[in-house]
Design a binder for this molecule. Structure first.
Ligand SMILES: Cc1cc2nc3c(=O)[nH]c(=O)nc-3n(C[C@H](O)[C@H](O)[C@H](O)COP(=O)(O)OP(=O)(O)OC[C@H]3O[C@@H](n4cnc5c(N)ncnc54)[C@H](O)[C@@H]3O)c2cc1C
Length: 752
């Protein structure tokens, strides 16, 4: 993975941001609202060469990559730039391509190189009354219907007032389009469609910039404004919706960048990725701006406040290409072409939607995949399973700890497949976090239990960092060989989210041993584990957070009792009683009363592991998709129904966003980028959307979906029950929202 920008791109981003901060201030944006156009700013854009970024060098341009253009588009959105720059950039390459067979297009290219402004309608023209952004001011304007491409200019249009205060205009009724034809035929129209695709990417990026800025403005206001004597940002009713919104918006930003990478690397998914990025950005940005505007209370709707300008444009910009929901159908057409074909024609082949030609994206150093090493390790994992999976083991397989198989666990350890990322010193292979993520995906796809290893891994890693030499020497070889498991004892019957309110007591004895009394609940794998990683109170005189310590407790000590707690998710977890348990001093992890530090490191690790919550989503969606691909309605494929296709495509987009947020958290860990919210954001989004999609797909596949089976659609039914639990364990969604609100938006702390 590589999410870095190059030094040049960082410089481009900074200089564009500087220009817009100076030349697209709120006052300038307001001043340009009457026409939607700031001529002085357009001159500045030319001075920086931004107008010719997407013109090839042969045509006098800079030949910049689509990623460079996206970087500009993000800032364009942030500063609500009053120039139809996105249309200009998106249509540049198309005009150059058309100029090969059209003298008037060739003349236009020359003038564009010299500062002329280009715009276009980012869909095929089917109605002459369609408002077109930029048409009120552009020197050149491209239009296409199903057969021809036309080149006009602003004299042929009549300006119209509009929601986003853009330079919109409609065709003058007297204009005869035939007089402006520059190309005809399928190939020419396909070239036009390329501009529509590029526009979608750039608008998605601009909406990402716009929505992030609107949310930051709301956050700033929320920290200043007081109600009932406290900053309004401390009210969860306000901060949690903003946390959801910033998670969706950062997902949109990643999705747009990923679409550009898919184009640049020629991936089969590129056309689908563009449609998904556009739909998602359109879907979340206006809703995010509604939340942002509400933060300002009554002032939000006052024209004196800037947030209403963001609210209006978030809806108006994507609407230039018609109903953004059509992009979901375009995604469906790309994802399931067989089912979406009726006769010879794709159901979704609407004007300007799915094109066989795609924009040339140029260089792109980013990488949104887990990489070649990870792919090779996934292959090794598959080979391991195909070598050792017997029908008996297959019958034993289960997604919960019930699927744990001691011999298979030891076998995995021997073959280097249990903790492959561990240091060699502890028996590992020093594989990367990406390799582990790829391995985990295979294990989940095999339907094999993947609960015990991640818990044991987390405990073992903490012991490596904070344990005594004796505890390390005893426990780590046992974990590494697959012989022993660990469980985590944090939650108690009286406290879970408020984990530092733990009441379990550990009293130090004269000989240095500890006497432990208390209860832990939801202690997953405690019935199988040899060690419990226990949080206990060691000092009742100190404040709540300061009097805690952590221990590695051998589960065979006298005084420990484990009782089953069965869950909705076909999962056994446990309640564990500690009664006068005598624990030797060597099992203290970290310092006495230093539990907070150790716990911080444990929770940090949990943040990087959000990806594990995503796999159930993958399995449930695959099950629904597989079923829908075979299902028929009225002798037609079920997916020919646009409503069904939209719902399934929507779930795909959610999963795509979830994957990107999870991968970003892994990348952040691998690159040691100090970020305190990528993990919580990934966990929040991944689990909430898993639950939402499982819920909707259950309806989509009803009534068959309600049958409990261990294959086929049964995976969806399990997903429906499992997904709700994922929003609770590993930190509830409410806790994650608070973390995201605090860390991503700087909102006030809302917990004790
Ligand atoms: C299947 C399963 C496995 C688990 N495995 C383990 C394990 O192995 N080890 C372990 O230690 N724990 C485990 N847990 C426990 C899990 O971590 C807790 O359930 C979780 O932290 C919530 O704690 P609680 O259940 O006490 O709910 P509470 O803390 O009582 O919360 C109840 C509700 O109040 C909300 N809430 C609480 N505080 C706030 C706040 N400040 N702001 C807003 N809302 C708030 C919560 O989000 C929740 O909706 C597991 C749980 C489950 C369901």
């Amino acid at each position: 993975m590589n999410l870095y920008l190059t030094d040049e791109q960082n410089m481009l981003q900074e200089s564009v941001a500087r220009l817009f901060a100076a030349e697209s201030t709120a006052e300038r944006v307001r001043a340009a609202e009457a026409t939607g156009y700031d001529a002085v700013l357009w001159q500045h854009l030319q001075d920086m060469g931004l107008n010719v970024m997407r013109l090839p060098e042969e045509a006098g341009g800079l030949g910049s990559s689509l990623l460079d253009a996206l970087i500009v588009a993000e800032q364009f959105g942030k500063y609500l730039v009053s120039v139809p720059l996105l249309e200009h950039l998106a249509a540049s390459q198309t005009l150059v391509a058309l100029a090969q067979n059209s003298a008037s297009a060739a003349a236009a290219v020359t003038e564009i190189g010299a500062g002329a402004l280009l715009s276009f309608l980012p869909q095929r023209l089917t109605d002459r009354r369609t408002p077109i952004n930029g048409a009120a001011v552009a020197d050149y304007l491209l239009l296409a219907d199903d057969d021809h491409v036309y080149l006009l200019n602003s004299r042929h249009f009549v300006a119209v007032e509009n929601l986003g205060s853009g330079a919109l205009a409609v065709l003058d009724s007297g204009v005869k389009l035939d007089n402006f034809k520059i190309a005809s035929g399928a190939e020419a129209v396909s070239r036009f469609d390329v501009a529509c695709q590029e526009w979608r990417v750039l608008v998605a990026a601009a909406l990402g910039g716009l929505a992030e800025q609107g949310l930051r403005m709301a956050a700033e206001y929320a920290n200043e404004r007081k109600a009932f004597g406290v900053p309004i940002s401390s009210f969860q009713g306000l901060s949690h919706p903003l946390a959801d919104a910033i998670s969706q918006v950062e997902g949109a930003q990643l999705l747009a960048r990923k679409a550009v990478w898919s184009l640049a690397t020629g991936r089969d998914s590129a056309a689908a990725d563009i449609a998904m990025a556009f739909w998602w950005a359109a879907e979340v940005s206006s809703k995010a701006m509604a939340k942002a505007l509400r933060t300002f209370g009554g002032y939000g709707v006052s024209l004196e406040y800037d947030i209403q300008m963001y609210y209006r444009r978030a809806k108006a910009w994507p609407a230039a290409a018609g109903d953004p929901q059509r992009a979901l159908l375009d995604a469906a057409d790309c994802l399931w072409p067989g089912q979406r074909s009726v006769g010879q024609r794709s159901v979704g082949q609407r004007a300007g939607s799915v094109s066989t030609l795609l924009p040339a994206a140029g260089d792109n150093q980013q990488d949104y995949s887990l990489g070649a090493d990870a792919a090779a390790f996934a292959e090794e994992t598959r080979a391991f399973f195909s070598k050792y999976m017997t029908p008996e083991l297959r019958a034993h397989a289960h997604h919960s700890v019930d699927g744990f198989h001691p011999e298979f666990n030891k076998l995995a350890a021997r073959e280097g497949m249990l903790f492959p990322h561990w240091p060699k010193q502890y028996g590992g292979r020093e594989k990367s976090a990406y390799a582990v993520a790829a391995m985990t995906a295979v294990i989940e796809a095999e339907g094999w239990e993947h609960v015990t290893a991640p818990i044991t891994n987390q405990v073992a890693q903490i012991v490596m960092g904070f344990g005594t030499e004796e505890a390390k020497a005893e426990s780590l070889p046992r974990f590494a060989s697959g012989e022993s498991l660990a469980c985590m004892g944090f939650t108690e019957p009286s406290c879970g989210c408020d984990v530092f309110a733990a009441k379990t007591i550990a009293q130090q004895q004269g000989n240095g041993d500890w006497l432990i009394n208390g209860q832990k609940i939801f202690t997953t794998a405690a019935n199988l584990a040899d060690y419990c990683f226990l949080l206990a109170r060691t000092n009742t005189d100190k404040p709540k957070h300061a009097g805690l310590s952590v221990f590695l407790v051998p589960m065979d000590l006298p005084g420990i009792e484990v009782h089953a707690v069965h869950t909705l998710q076909d999962e056994r977890t446990n309640i564990v009683y500690f009664s006068d348990v005598n624990l030797p001093g060597k099992y203290l992890v970290g310092e006495v009363d230093g539990g907070l530090k150790v716990m911080a490191s444990t929770l940090e690790m949990e943040h990087g592991s959000a990806d594990q919550y995503r796999h159930g989503h993958v399995t449930a969606l695959h099950a629904a998709e597989k079923w829908a691909l075979k299902a028929q309605r009225d002798s037609q494929p079920l997916l020919a129904d646009n409503q069904v296709a939209s719902r399934l495509a929507r779930a795909r987009v959610h999963l795509e966003v979830s994957t990107l947020l999870c991968y970003r958290a892994i990348w952040g860990m691998a690159e040691k980028i100090h970020n305190r919210y990528w993990g919580p954001m990934a966990k929040l989004f991944a689990t909430e959307y898993y639950q939402r999609d499982a819920d909707d797909l259950m309806d989509l596949c009803a009534p068959y979906s309600v049958m409990t089976q261990r294959d086929g659609l049964g995976h969806l039914e399990v997903g429906y029950r499992q997904s709700i639990g994922t929003t609770i364990y590993g930190g509830t969604s409410e806790v994650q929202r608070s973390l995201v609100a605090e860390q991503a938006l700087g909102l006030a702390r809302s917990r004790g």
